[in-house]
Design a protein around this ligand. Structure first.
Ligand code: CP
Length: 313
């Protein structure tokens, strides 16, 4: 693997390889000193042109636990504000000696553009509405560990609920969940679905009550109000009444069902129940697993066979 820009270019074998490798990383993370010398001498740059808490911090933690050097690029204090172009920014940072760029940008396709301008590996940490492949990987890893499914998701039914239209998480997760064998149902009003779902391996429902008592995984999406330039739902109260996870609906989940959310969540909108009170909530585990999965991605891109042995000094 040279880059990780989409789930599609990873393929099913690549998905399984990274999920297996995440098990090794999770074992390292359970040690008293969770650090190995695997990426000593490598440099990983976080290049975030959009806000982030989870993805940015977990990539930086992942790189440090593998003993890589890290650089953090802050747009608000950079020469981007003096008009420096994206290409000049990349070429300038690359000239300092970089092995991997972890990139988030509001425009779809930017990770592909960047990979044309540098020899370093490029990891897509979210490009516009398009893809968020490491979110999909950590979500698959969370389902795999929580439901003990190391060989795949055949027979599992996963519903992704909410603002599909603006969601890069939904786009990556649909392909990843389906590639591992799950049945995927999208649950949304017509206005929050993409104009065409042709070729998507999904079925569609228009009310959360159609699926809540039969799914193995209920994956709630954030209403991305910052990406909406028109009123796509009559009101947030009406949205919650048809698509929100309320206490009544939580009571109707199957006993083994997982509740997931990529974060950040809108409490009282899509999550009208406190996740801390849901026995099936694995939202905190998603965040924890994000470190192991991103360690697996960085090691797969930059590491060598024996690099996981030993402890970092
Ligand atoms: N899920 C996710 O991408 O969260 P952040 O925006 O906080 O990175």
């Amino acid at each position: 693997m040279k880059h990780l820009r989409s789930i599609d270019e990873l393929g099913v074998a690549g998905l399984h390889r990274l999920l297996d490798l995440s098990d090794h990383m999770a074992e390292i993370n359970r040690r008293p000193v969770p650090k190995v010398p695997a990426l000593r001498g490598k440099t990983v740059v976080s290049l975030f042109f959009e806000d982030s808490t989870r993805t940015r911090l977990s990539f930086e933690t992942a790189a440090k636990r593998l003993s890589a050097d890290t650089m953090t690029f802050s747009v608000s204090t950079s020469s981007v504000n003096k008009g420096e172009s994206l290409r000049d920014t990349i070429e300038t940072v690359a000239a300092m000696g970089v092995d991997a760029f972890v990139v988030r940008h509001k425009s779809s396709g930017v990770p592909w553009q960047i990979s044309n301008w540098t020899d370093a590996a490029v990891v897509n940490a979210g490009d516009g509405w398009h893809e968020h492949p490491t979110q999909a990987l950590l979500d698959c890893y969370t389902v795999r560990t929580a439901l003990n499914r190391p060989d795949g998701f055949n027979g599992l039914h996963i519903a992704i609920v909410g603002d599909i239209k603006h969601s890069r998480v939904a786009r990556s997760n649909v392909w990843a969940f389906a590639a591992l064998g799950a049945r995927v149902t999208l649950v949304a009003p017509h206005t929050l679905l993409p104009p065409s779902l042709e070729g998507w391996p999904v079925d569609v429902a228009h009310h959360i009550d159609d699926v809540v008592d039969r799914v193995d995984v209920l994956y709630m999406l954030r209403m991305q109000r910052e990406r909406m330039h028109e009123a796509l739902v009559p009101s947030l109260r009406e949205y919650t009444s048809r698509f929100g996870l309320t206490p009544d609906r939580a009571d109707r989940l199957q006993a083994h069902a997982l509740v997931m959310h990529p974060g950040p969540m809108n409490r009282g909108v899509e999550m009208a129940v406190d996740p801390a009170e849901l026995p099936g909530s694995v939202i905190t585990q998603q965040v924890t697993n994000g470190v192991s999965v991103r360690m697996a991605v960085l090691f797969d891109l930059l590491g060598s066979g024996s690099g996981l042995a030993g402890e970092a000094s």
